[in-house]
Design a protein around this ligand. Structure first.
Ligand code: UTP
Length: 408
């Protein structure tokens, strides 16, 4: 892209300030900035002026979950179906590890966090150990796709290599990087991180499938005959991955998505809950749940919106390919964004100072026709690490790991 083209693009979106220091940059820096402007989708930034429209939901109605008693009654049969699919190489796993983990506040990728006490036990290691249980049970290796971002790719890859993938077979591990999005102030103006770099952050976990495609991984998926992708977050150390019972239940119920859910601890618990929105599966965030919905009851007299998502979804791969062309909603999230001030000094704010633009994996669910919410026991499968202490923290996850017999 030439300077004139960059100038025209920035003008179109009211972002001319990005070129403010262009004259004083070295040639290499100029080229870097032009390339970044070329690669940046500035059209999405205008969304911050229409935040309210984006947040609008359709008509919400309940979506029944498959509950524990039904799962127990059919466990053997579901598991047999799941194991058969895994043995046939039809199931892949996708680890979402591109996030910044700002709440945990470690400079390293979140997966490198050591949750051990008397020994080293890394988050990545916990997840791989959990996946290995299924590899052993099925006696078949499962392709593991690891999404990283510009900010943590090198560190993630070198750490896992150095640790020999914690015993996982290297040829079954595939890394891919997600895309970045520009970050803005509250008026939608892109922040600069230096005189020649716009501030960016990973574009949310909803872009994982598009990023897999952009990184050429769909060829591998087709060659290997992978039909199902189990997507999961890096931060839940009790995560069951490629769980044969879950896979089998989703297949037997003819659903194109399965979603692991936990029974809410209280009606106002801060988790997104499964529902139908305009008749299609969806997730309503806790802050969107009105008093009326919170107190609504199903025919058994139980709360109608009682099952929270834990970011563990099983997607039918061919459905995702069809969905790719459709536009996913954007989420505008307030975050702390490092930027340079008028004197070109780098400021690292203590409080949120602007917007990040993210696509979320949960929005993919709403594009699809059928979803099986599959209940799991919270104390056995849900130990998220978002913070250092308190709720959903290293502390709470350690306690849960110990309760589940993991030596720390
Ligand atoms: P979170 O919503 O907890 O975000 O991600 P985060 O960036 O990791 O942490 P905070 O909010 O800054 O503290 C949920 C999951 O989605 C992944 C994360 O790595 C985590 O597994 N994720 C998030 C991505 O892979 N890419 C993203 O752009 C955002």
């Amino acid at each position: 892209m030439t300077f004139e083209q960059a100038q025209a693009k920035c003008k179109e979106y009211g972002q001319e300030h990005v070129l403010k220091y262009f004259e004083e940059l070295t040639e290499q820096q100029q080229l870097a900035l032009l390339a970044q402007i070329d690669a940046t989708d500035m059209s999405i930034l205008e969304a911050c002026h229409k935040k309210e429209d984006i947040a609008k939901k359709g008509v919400i109605t309940p979506l029944a979950a498959m509950e524990l008693d039904e799962i127990e009654a059919n466990r053997e049969c579901f598991t047999a179906t799941g194991i058969e699919a895994i043995r046939a190489g039809k199931v892949g796993a996708v680890l979402l590890a591109g996030g910044m983990g700002t709440r945990l506040g470690s400079d390293n990728p979140k997966g490198m966090y050591n949750v051990g006490i008397t020994r080293e036990l890394y988050i990545f290691e916990c997840l791989i150990n959990n996946l290995m249980d299924v590899v052993k049970q099925a006696d078949a290796w499962i392709h593991l796709f690891v999404m990283t971002s510009d900010k943590n790719h090198e560190a993630t890859v070198s750490f896992l290599k150095e640790k020999n993938f914690f015993g996982y077979r290297e040829e079954y591990v595939h890394f891919f990087m997600q895309e970045m999005a520009a970050a803005t102030d509250y008026n939608g103006k892109i922040y600069m991180e230096s005189k020649y770099q716009m501030s960016t952050s990973p574009n949310g976990n909803g872009g994982w499938f598009v990023s897999m495609k952009n990184n050429g991984l769909l060829d591998l998926i087709h060659e290997e005959g992978i039909e199902w992708l189990n997507v999961f977050a890096v931060d839940n150390v009790l995560q069951r991955i490629a769980d044969p019972c879950f896979v089998g239940a989703t297949i037997q119920k003819n659903c194109v998505v399965g979603s692991k859910v936990v029974r809410k601890a209280a009606p106002d618990e801060k988790v997104g809950v499964m529902c139908l929105e305009d008749g299609k599966p969806s997730i309503v965030e806790y802050y969107e749940l009105t008093e009326e919905l919170m107190n609504a009851k199903d025919e058994k007299g139980d709360p109608a919106y009682n099952f929270g998502v834990i970011l563990n979804y099983l997607f039918k791969e061919d459905e995702l390919e069809q969905m790719m062309a459709s536009n996913m909603p954007l989420h505008i999230v307030e975050k702390k964004i490092p930027y340079i001030n008028d004197k070109a000094e780098l400021i690292k704010p203590e409080e949120p100072n602007g917007y990040k633009f993210e696509g979320l994996v949960l929005d993919m669910i709403h594009q699809l026709d059928s979803c099986l919410p599959f209940e799991v026991v919270r104390s056995k499968e849900f130990a998220p690490i978002k913070n250092k202490t308190g709720v959903d923290s290293v502390e709470s996850a350690r306690k849960l790991l110990e309760e589940n017999g993991v030596q720390l």
